[in-house]
Ligand binder design. Sequence first.
Ligand SMILES: Cc1cc2nc3c(=O)[nH]c(=O)nc-3n(C[C@H](O)[C@H](O)[C@H](O)COP(=O)(O)O)c2cc1C
Length: 346
Amino acid sequence: MADLLNNPWDVAEEDFPWNGSTSEKLQFLLHYAVLAPSGHNTQPWLFRIAGDTIELYVDRSRALEKIDPQGRELIMSCGTALYHLRVAIRHYGYEPVVQTFPDLDDPDLIAFVRLGRPRAATLEDHRRFMAIKRRRTHRMPFDPVPVPDAELQALQRVAQEEGATLHVIQDPDRKKRLAALIAEGDRIQGANKEFRRELARWIHPNLVRVRDGIPGYARGLGDLRSLTDPILVRTFDWGQEQAEQDRLLSENSPALLVLSTTADNAVEWLAAGQALDGLLLMAADYGLFVSFLNQPIEIPELRARLMDLIGGRDFPQIVMRMGYGEAPRETPRRPIGDMLSINRYL
Ligand SMILES: Cc1cc2nc3c(=O)[nH]c(=O)nc-3n(C[C@H](O)[C@H](O)[C@H](O)COP(=O)(O)O)c2cc1C
């Protein structure tokens, strides 16, 4: 078998095992899948390589029960890993063959993925692949530079190709309304002890060597301040402070985005996750950064109001802001060996 890297970020394009077996190729490709974003960087996926097939499972032991009781963001996170995998497969010259939810008796089995017929990678495939290693979540303010319409339209097309709709919110009045919903979400979440406890479990001081969760530097914190952050997040109601910060960040971002689907079930969440990843990779290719502000979707009353704001028919699945800025450092990923499981949950 090909090497399993301890740090998936070290995967190198030229190390693809061209002369290896199919399962060696699949194993190599998984290094790219796990560079995908996930809620709180939980990396809630498991893989099994069975012959010529990757089986992708959701790892429910990594579910965020307080913030995401339905498992909506959990399945979306599996969708981002699936899309990363599809991009890598295309880059190496194969058509990805994907069967989603292949076993009606096992809702945790998200997809079968195989290498299909050989096909030459297009320039677009190559650009999306190169963006995998550049994409980061960017939580700082963006430069006051507008995003070109042509790029926003291209992002909308990629979302549509995956079965979702991307709403672009740029007009100041609607931005204000959305920013107010985000701020209201912060106040509700900050006041909720259980929510704070769950978040605090997934944020880590900069110098702690854990391979999942959100390091302090990704939240803009220096080494010293990051030491106390998990305790502060767990203990105090920071809702008001966060609300003000997020309101300003949102109103001052060049564009706010809402990704939506026509229904609200696991099939649509998986599609939304793939649409999200498609647009994140395309944005990274354009030199844009994205940050997530899902508070209004995570609180049912606010989600209903957000639904009205985007036209009243579609189900909002993710809220983002987008713009230009300096590239943040990458966040850690677990080694593939930790996720290659034959006996799930044993
Ligand atoms: C479905 C989903 C929901 C997310 N929600 C939030 C969020 O509400 N707030 C936030 O700051 N980041 C959110 N993120 C971003 C993750 O925290 C981030 O992807 C993870 O920490 C890994 O970091 P990276 O994206 O820089 O690789 C979300 C990501 C996904 C895929």
